[in-house]
Design a protein around this ligand. Structure first.
Ligand code: C5P
Length: 406
């Protein structure tokens, strides 16, 4: 991600346990060249000391509206004007409700009303509070006013429960914020501006013992190129990648995994709020049932390894109650189109990109490739070309179909 030097970010911290992660967020925003000023609600100061944020941001922290000493410096209206972006992280259910109601009963809510800067919020709360219709209705109102909601993630919560409501990790927040911002500014006309997309790429490695694994020939090039192309169309892209030798594409948040099961968890933890899912990874269908903790010695003349099925990540994403627009790949050695059509139907995908592998033509470990792209009532041939160009053509087609379906 290209830093945006000189961008002024007003970070609003409200009173949830995720407030401690906001400290790291300040550091990461500054690393990206942003100037950060922090405003805390009274409840937030019960979780983290303002001194922490002062040290990290390099500026005094504002906590109250009616503080004559603070108002004698940069007063709250100047602060509202200073901000290029306002980021509220963590945003509690209470803060979200107060924002939705348009209240200005403390410094933070007052600043939100007083600023013309785009507003981003990163919700963080108990999963039941997140699911509550009151919270969802409040968020809907805010979204209609143009507020961008980043996350939340799904997983284990500080309260011991499981589900949606975890604040996105600071690195993820920064990338999503800057990517969303980039799409809002530079790619405002991009067909995927503001759309959250996720791409899986690369192979998986399934351990046999601590030094050996079962793998495959996927280089990750196609998935990486698709991730970059989607970001180029304005999407905020998270790339869940198996082991590859590739650099992270510009403007993309990358999460590294090794096994199919790790890829499965990494995807499902982050899928809430994703509108476009492209599964380009060559996920191992099977893994050794009993990987051994010590290196296997060559004692026996024959070694039998029992394999068990891995979860089908793409099928699981497509089977979610309200699934994102899902795009699969089908790498086949024979009857390419028939197999791809079967996959499109059985996995209930919106689109599938099929290619022939194993011959002298495109596919794994090559720079060129050709694709037959199929969807329930249409198809398009993308002829042999370099993978980066092919990825751009495919991303455009995905965007076209995604926009047509939403
Ligand atoms: O069924 P098959 O493995 O051929 O399907 C290929 C498609 O499904 C690809 O898009 C691949 O990324 C995805 N897939 C997956 N999880 C698996 C196996 C395949 O997401 N365990």
């Amino acid at each position: 991600m290209v830093p945006i030097p000189g961008m002024n970010i007003l970070l609003g911290v409200s009173g949830g346990i995720a407030a401690y992660k906001a400290a790291d967020l300040v550091r990461r925003l500054r690393e990206r060249g942003c100037a950060v000023r922090v405003v805390m609600t009274a409840a937030a100061t019960a979780f983290v000391s303002p001194l922490t944020f002062q040290a990290l941001s390099g500026h005094p922290v504002r906590t109250g509206l009616l503080d004559p000493a603070a108002e004698a410096g940069m007063d709250h209206i100047e602060l509202a004007r200073w901000a290029d972006r306002v980021l509220l992280a963590p945003a509690t259910a209470d803060l979200i409700a107060r924002l939705a109601a348009g209240l200005a009963d403390d410094l933070l809510t007052t600043l939100v009303l007083a600023t013309a800067a785009p507003l981003y919020l990163a919700p963080a709360m108990n999963q039941q509070m997140w699911r509550h219709p009151a919270t969802q209705e409040n968020l809907e109102r805010l979204r209609r006013r143009g507020v961008q909601v980043l996350g939340p993630g799904v997983g284990s919560q500080a309260c011991g429960e499981q589900g949606p409501g975890r604040m996105l990790e600071p690195a993820e927040l920064v990338t999503t914020l800057l990517a969303a911002d980039r799409s809002a500014t530079k790619a405002a006309a991009g067909p995927l501006a503001g759309v959250r997309a996720m791409v899986t790429a690369g192979p998986t490695r399934e351990p046999l013992d601590p030094v050996r694994y079962l793998g495959n020939r996927s280089s990750g090039r196609m998935g990486y190129a698709v991730a970059e192309a989607l970001a180029g169309l304005g999407a905020a892209v998270t790339l869940i990648s198996g082991p590859t030798a590739l650099p992270t594409p510009t403007g993309v948040l990358r999460v590294d995994v090794e096994t199919a099961r790790e890829m499965h968890s990494a995807v499902l933890e982050r899928i809430a709020g994703v509108s476009l899912f492209v599964a380009a990874a060559a996920v191992a269908d099977y893994r050794p049932a009993d990987p051994v903790p010590q290196k296997i010695k060559k004692v026996e003349a024959e070694l039998v390894v029992r394999l068990v099925r891995n979860p089908d990540i793409l099928a699981e994403v497509a089977a979610q109650p309200s699934p994102p627009f899902t795009v699969g790949f089908a790498a086949e050695t024979d009857q390419v189109e028939d197999h791809a059509l079967t996959k499109l139907r059985t996995k209930r995908l919106h689109m599938i990109a099929a290619n022939r592998v194993g011959g002298a033509v495109g596919g794994f470990e090559r720079n060129d490739n050709a694709l037959t792209v199929l969807w329930p009532d249409g198809r398009r041939e993308l002829p042999m070309m370099p993978k980066t160009q092919l990825a751009r053509e495919l991303a455009l087609l995905i965007a076209e179909r995604y926009v047509a379906s939403s």
